[in-house]
Design a protein around this ligand. Structure first.
Ligand code: GLN
Length: 476
């Protein structure tokens, strides 16, 4: 059955005419039909559009043309990525009725590569939080145990891949929103180097941190999707010109002689012992494969969470100012413009988004700017320096992705601090702009998936993917 094939195998079969994109698509749509009522990975399934694309791909193959590296592969998109003619909600009421007039660059690249866009996935409203419970449309559930959260904010995308609804999905990662749900759902999730992937058409949360990246079942499929979406885009001034490395070709090169550091600061307090144990096993596996493994230190990383919760809300308060009842989506009528904006934003935004806007506005206000936002930026510089020093000694670093396995729905909704702590291991590399990947590495004491994080210096995706592939092959 094609749902057991990797994306690469599926595309290869479609390109060779061994099976049709149309018939394999039906298997995936069938799985969504059967189980998404319970999982709720999708805000919308664009079955007709996907069927039309699949038919066009099969025709192209029949006519002797090559539809591209993702020919006939179903892909799910986080619902903060703009899709021409298909509502983009950010799982918020404030965007009600808004239909983008253009595709995000990553979406155009997927289409050019022959992928089938099967729908838009649920997220924490505007990608803020880490459990996908903060969605205006209700929570997504973890396919491994539907009483548990899938993580977030890209929980719908992670769940889609984990449930076998799509071999691939895209998410966005501002403080861990690809890697943390990947870990909790037992799939691969990767945040590229800042600037590696165009963010044109991604609804901005915190612009100095946001990156789009892949979810997949295997490291090789994540590499394939990364190669399709990465690379300079004139429509995003922050996208970088460096050529995209052919990471998939290097995956089987192994780790012989590589220097691997286990980040001490991310292995201590707050990390569940069963999660830490898996990271130790992963480091031993790399040692057995010929890497030189030692303890590493990134001292300022312990301040990452504090700096992030000033910088990200500050940027969010500015980015979300555009949702004013005039330009997009919802408008709640009132006697004058000011009251209309207040009523629209009061009704349209959920509690967590309001909390971030207030925190950010406060941190940026006259008199507090230097003490909060300015100070957080200095801490960010320290984190960048400490990572740079660590990468003088090590090729890659290792840590847990998330401090725990998937927690029960409702466990952390009343306690924002507990929710924020989820991202203690993922946030540092958003602040530094470096790439990082989460690889499934066995299970915790509760039988739920654990993710190990491989961190690499900026533009170090090639070595990062190699280490990830070695880990994947070693997992027992
Ligand atoms: N959980 C983090 C937050 O709430 C990260 C979110 C993200 O990466 N989009 O900000």
């Amino acid at each position: 059955m094609s749902s057991y094939l990797s994306a690469r195998e599926l595309a290869a079969g479609v390109r060779a005419g061994e099976w049709s994109a149309a018939s394999s698509l039906e298997e995936y749509l069938g799985a969504i039909d059967e189980s998404d009522g319970e999982v709720h990975a999708f805000n919308v399934v664009t079955a007709d559009d996907a069927r039309a694309t699949a038919a066009a791909i099969d025709e192209a193959v029949a006519a002797g043309r090559d539809p591209g590296p993702l020919a006939g592969v179903p892909v799910a998109l986080k619902d903060n990525l703009c899709t021409h003619g298909v509502a983009t909600t950010c799982s918020s009421l404030i965007l009600e009725g808004w239909v983008p007039p253009y595709d995000a660059t990553v979406v155009s690249r997927l289409r050019e590569a022959g992928a089938l866009i099967v729908g838009k996935t649920n997220l924490d409203e505007f990608a803020m939080a880490g459990s996908t419970e903060n969605s205006a449309f209700g929570p997504t559930r973890n396919p491994h145990d539907t009483t548990r959260v899938p993580g977030g904010s890209s929980g719908g995308s992670a769940a889609s891949v984990a449930a076998g609804f799509t071999p691939l999905a895209l998410g966005s990662d501002t403080g861990g929103s690809i890697r943390q749900p990947a870990a909790l759902c037992g799939v691969v999730g990767m945040k590229p180097t800042y600037g590696r992937v165009s963010r044109y058409g991604l609804v901005a949360f915190a612009s100095s941190l946001d990156q789009i990246g892949p979810f997949a079942r295997t490291v090789d499929d994540a590499a394939l999707l990364f190669e399709v979406i990465a690379g300079r885009d004139p429509l995003d001034a922050t996208s970088i010109p460096e050529p995209v490395p052919a990471v998939s070709e290097q995956l089987d090169r192994g780790v012989e002689g590589l220097r691997v550091g286990v980040v001490g600061e991310l292995m201590g307090e707050g990390i569940a012992p069963d999660v830490a144990a898996r990271v130790h096993e992963a480091s031993e596996a790399l040692r057995a494969a010929g890497a030189k493994v030692e303890d590493a230190s990134v001292p300022a990383s312990i301040f990452g969470l504090s700096a992030y919760y000033l910088i990200a809300p500050a940027e969010a308060s500015s980015n979300l100012a555009r949702f004013d009842g005039v330009r997009y989506g919802l408008r709640v009528d009132a006697p004058n413009t000011n009251d209309m904006m207040v009523a629209t934003r009061t009704q349209g935004f959920g509690a967590e988004v309001k909390r971030r806007i207030m925190l950010g506005t406060y941190a940026l206000s006259a008199g507090y700017y230097d003490a909060y936002y300015g100070k957080a930026q200095k801490v960010r510089t320290l984190i960048i320096r400490d990572f740079a020093a660590a990468y003088d000694r090590f090729d890659v670093l290792l840590s847990p992705t998330s401090p725990t396995t998937a927690f029960p729905l409702g466990d952390k909704t009343a306690d924002p601090m507990a929710m924020y702590m989820n991202d203690v291991c993922t946030i540092p590399s958003n602040l530094s702009g470096d790439p990082a990947i989460s690889v499934p590495y066995g299970t915790g004491d509760d039988g739920l998936p654990v993710g190990v994080q491989v961190l690499a210096p900026a533009l170090g995706e090639e070595v990062m993917f190699r280490v990830a592939a070695t880990l994947e092959a070693s997992v027992s």
